[in-house]
Ligand binder design. Structure first.
Ligand SMILES: [Zn+2]
Length: 309
């Protein structure tokens, strides 16, 4: 190739690259129905979050009850939410997003929905568990993954996903991985009734932000490709180690998001394990930074608001 042609060729490639990166930057903001305003995120423990702008309060997988559990519940125990802890922390909510039906994601949602009038969004298993506690169909939105719903103050893309690869990847060998809670359940429920029924990720677009919400340590890479959240809540406990290049593939699929908040890493809030849990999550922070050096990783503290403009 002659020198002048090489220069032209290089200029064209440069232009294409700058257009491409321009498109990607625009993508990240294209769903700002209004210019981005401050959003508040509060870590509620386990995979639980409160996300709010000035008018709308969204909860994700609220599990305040974890802080009063003296031991890990067994399947035969009666599932009992800690209503005192919930009342102390959750005065109001408009929507509750649930990633899957397990107890540590779903136990508190029916009580909160009944008390606040919030609408619960989740898989069929989630809807059936909520019905068992008397949550009415008008307060339930059953989703399957693939929906992209408009709510006025926000929009919500529901993303098919995978649960953490528990039991050394034998997760789908078990009934609580593949079953959906039946429709005719009546509370009180046993812990074993809280079957996963699948697993979802959400992309919440609110106040000019796009927030990716995970509740497990796994994902489907092709479902993440092309999403451009500015904030990503990423499952971070050691179950991620079952997954090939967990942080690297995710960060690249998401276009290297500016902010990552680790979730589901706090050893169920047990006070004796907080120091070791915080040390362990630093390894995840390093994995994210290795894949995406400009990403700001914020390890949240329970109930301390994180404000993002
Ligand atoms: Zn689970």
């Amino acid at each position: 190739m002659a020198t002048s042609k090489r220069v032209v060729f290089g200029a064209v490639i440069g232009l294409l690259l700058s257009l491409f990166s321009g498109v990607r930057a625009a993508d990240r903001n294209s769903d700002a129905t209004q210019s981005s305003t401050e959003i508040k995120l509060v870590y509620l423990g386990n995979a639980g979050w409160q996300i709010s702008d000035s008018r709308t309060v969204v909860l994700v997988d609220p599990f305040l009850s974890q802080f009063s559990l003296s031991r890990e519940p067994t399947g035969n125990d009666t599932a009992t939410p800690d209503t005192v802890a919930i009342d102390r922390r959750i005065p109001a909510a408009d929507y509750i997003f649930i990633t899957h039906g397990h107890l540590d994601h779903m136990l508190d949602a029916p009580y909160i929905a009944l008390k606040t009038g919030a609408t619960v969004i989740g898989l069929e298993t989630v809807a059936n568990i909520a019905r068992a506690y008397g949550v009415s169909d008008t307060k339930l939105i059953t989703v399957r993954g693939g929906e992209d719903y408009e709510f006025g103050r926000f929009s919500l893309r529901v993303i098919p996903s995978l649960h953490s690869a528990l039991r050394e990847k034998r997760w789908f060998n078990s009934l609580d991985a593949t079953a959906t809670a039946p429709r005719d359940l009546k509370a009180p429920l046993k812990v074993s009734a809280f079957v996963a029924g699948g697993s979802l990720v959400y992309l919440l677009r609110m106040a000019g932000h796009q927030i990716l919400i995970m509740g497990s340590m796994n994902y489907i890479e092709r479902e993440m490709e092309g999403l451009r959240p500015d904030i990503a809540l990423v499952g971070a406990n050691r179950q991620r180690r079952e997954i090939y290049d967990y942080a690297g593939r995710l960060m690249r699929a998401l276009g290297l998001p500016p902010t990552v908040l680790p979730t589901h890493w706090d050893a169920y809030g047990r006070s004796a394990q907080q120091k070791s849990a915080r040390e362990a999550v630093e390894e995840f922070v390093n994995e994210v930074k290795a894949a995406s050096s400009h990403t700001n990783v914020i390890v949240p503290r329970h109930f301390e608001p994180i404000m993002i403009k």
